[in-house]
Ligand binder design. Structure first.
Ligand SMILES: Nc1ncnc2c1ncn2[C@@H]1O[C@H](COP(=O)(O)OP(=O)(O)OP(=O)(O)O)[C@@H](O)[C@H]1O
Ligand SMILES: O=C(O)[C@H](O)COP(=O)(O)O
Length: 399
C-alpha cells in the first residue's frame, strides 16, 4: 500500500517530538469486577509504542473503550488500561482523566521524550463518533494540537469514520503503525492471493453482521464452514426446526439464497449441543440438526460437526476463522470451538484468526497462540477488509 509507515517517521527523527498514536485498546472487561479479561489488544500495540519511546518521542496514546454515548461514563474509563499498559511497557504511563480537557493539556504539556500518556476514552466526547463533519473536525483539531505527527495503530477501528481515525490524519503528517501494517499485509494476502484450498470458518452470534462477508467471500473460497449462533438461521433456511436457538427470522430468506449460491461450498453442522437453558449447569446433549427439541437451544456444534469441520479444515492450505463455534465462555459449550481451533492449528499452511471474541477464545481455552499464522486484533475491521470495503482509517492514511 502507498502509505508511509512508522519506519518513515523514525527515519525523519522523532527525538523530543510529540507523536499521537491512535490505538485500539478496546479490551474485554469482567462485567462484575471491571478487570481486563484479555490484554491481547494492549500487547499488540507495544512494538509501535516501544519503537517510538526508544527513538525519544513523547508518546500521546488515545483509544476508545466500549460504546459510551458521547459523555464520561466511569464504566468505560481507560484508567485500568493505563495501569496494564505501564506494566507491559515496563514504564510509567501517565493517565489524563479527560481526553482534550485540562488534565489532558497539562499531562501532554509536561511530557518529555521517552514518556507516555494515555488520554481518557475518546468516546466520552460526542465529536469522536459524530456523523457531523464539523463536529468531528472540531474534536480532531483539539487532538491534533497535541502532536506533530500521527500514527494509526488501531487496526480494530480502521472501519470507523471517527475523528481520531479519519479526521486527525488529515491534520497531521500520518503514518501506519507496525500493527496496522502487519494486519493489512496478512489480510491482503487472503483477499487477493489465497493459497488453495482456502477454507473460511465463520461463527459467532450475529448473522446479520456477517451475511455481507459470506456473500463477498463465496466466489473466492473453496469451503465456507458455518457454526456458532449464526448457523441456526441457515439451518432454519434448510427447513430444520431450531427450537429456542438464536434465530434471525428476517434473514432466513437471504440465508436460503446464499445456500443456493454456495452449494458445494457452504458446510453446516450435522449436530448441535442442545441445552434446556443458557447456563453452564443446564441439561444438555448432542442431537442431529433435524431433531432439535422445541424447548431447547443450541449452544455449541456437536462432535460429529467438529469431525466434519476438522476434515474440511484438514484439506486446507489457507484458513481464515472468525467467530466462536459455540458459547465457549461456558465450559460445557466450549468443545466445538476448541475442536475446530485445534484442527486449525494442525493445518499445513497459513492460518488467520480474526475477531475479538475468537482471539479471546484462543487465549481463554489455553491454546497455543503461536500455532496460528496470525491473530488479527480486528473483528469488524478484518471482515470489512475481506469484504473489499474501503476502510476510512486506511483511506485517510493513503491520502
Ligand atoms: N450457539 C450460540 N448461541 C448463542 N451465542 C453464541 C452461540 N455460539 C456462539 N455464541 C456467542 O457468540 C459470541 C461471539 O460472537 P461475535 O459475532 O461477536 O464474534 P467475533 O466476530 O469473534 O467478535 P467481535 O465481533 O467482538 O470481534 C460469543 O460471546 C459466543 O458466546
Ligand atoms: O471491538 C472492535 O471491533 C473495535 O474496537 C471497534 O469497536 P466498535 O465496534 O465499538 O466501533
Amino acid at each position: 500500500m502507498s502509505i508511509r509507515n512508522l519506519d518513515d517517521l523514525l527515519a525523519e527523527g522523532v527525538s523530543g517530538r510529540r507523536v499521537l498514536v491512535r490505538a485500539d485498546l478496546n479490551v474485554p472487561l469482567d462485567k462484575e469486577t471491571g478487570a481486563i479479561t484479555d490484554d491481547g489488544r494492549i500487547r499488540a500495540v507495544l512494538p509501535t509504542l516501544t519503537a517510538l519511546r526508544d527513538a525519544g518521542a513523547a508518546v500521546v496514546v488515545c483509544s476508545h473503550l466500549g460504546r459510551p454515548k458521547g459523555a464520561p461514563d466511569p464504566k468505560y474509563s481507560l484508567a485500568p488500561v493505563a495501569t496494564r499498559l505501564g506494566e507491559l511497557l515496563g514504564a510509567e504511563v501517565a493517565f489524563a482523566t479527560d481526553t482534550v480537557g485540562e488534565s489532558a493539556r497539562e499531562t501532554v504539556g509536561s511530557l518529555t521524550g521517552g514518556q507516555v500518556v494515555l488520554l481518557e476514552n475518546l468516546r466520552f466526547n460526542p465529536g469522536e463518533t459524530s456523523k457531523d463533519e464539523a463536529e468531528r473536525g472540531a474534536f480532531a483539531d483539539q487532538l491534533a494540537d497535541f502532536a506533530e505527527a500521527y500514527v494509526d495503530d488501531a487496526f480494530g477501528a480502521v472501519h470507523r469514520k471517527h475523528a481520531s481515525v479519519y479526521d486527525v490524519p488529515a491534520r497531521l503528517p500520518h503514518f501506519a503503525g507496525r500493527l496496522v501494517l502487519r494486519e493489512v499485509e496478512v489480510l491482503a494476502r487472503l483477499r487477493h492471493e489465497p493459497d488453495r484450498p482456502y477454507v473460511v470458518v465463520l461463527g459467532g452470534s450475529k448473522v446479520s453482521d456477517k451475511l455481507a462477508v459470506i456473500e463477498a467471500l463465496l466466489p473466492s473460497v473453496d469451503k465456507l464452514l458455518i457454526g456458532g449462533g449464526m448457523c441456526f438461521t441457515f439451518l432454519r433456511a434448510q427447513g430444520h426446526e431450531v427450537g429456542k436457538s438464536l434465530l434471525e427470522e428476517e434473514m432466513v430468506d437471504t440465508c436460503r439464497e446464499l445456500l443456493e449460491r454456495g452449494a458445494g461450498k457452504i458446510v453446516l453442522p450435522l449436530d448441535v449441543v442442545a441445552a434446556t437453558a443458557f447456563s453452564a449447569d443446564a441439561e444438555h446433549e448432542a442431537v442431529p440438526v433435524d431433531r432439535i427439541p422445541a424447548d431447547r437451544l443450541g449452544l455449541d456444534i456437536g462432535p460429529r460437526s467438529v469431525a466434519e469441520f476438522a476434515d474440511a479444515v484438514g484439506t486446507a492450505r489457507m484458513v481464515f476463522w472468525n467467530g466462536p463455534m459455540g458459547v465457549f465462555e461456558l465450559a460445557p459449550f466450549a468443545a466445538g470451538t476448541r475442536g475446530v481451533a485445534e484442527s486449525i492449528t494442525s493445518v499445513k499452511g497459513f492460518t488467520v484468526v480474526g475477531g475479538g471474541d475468537s482471539a479471546a477464545a484462543v487465549r481463554a481455552l489455553g491454546l497455543d497462540e503461536t500455532a496460528f499464522g496470525h491473530i488479527s486484533t480486528g473483528g469488524g475491521a478484518s471482515l470489512e477488509y475481506l469484504e473489499g470495503k474501503a476502510l476510512p482509517g486506511i483511506v485517510a492514511l493513503e491520502k
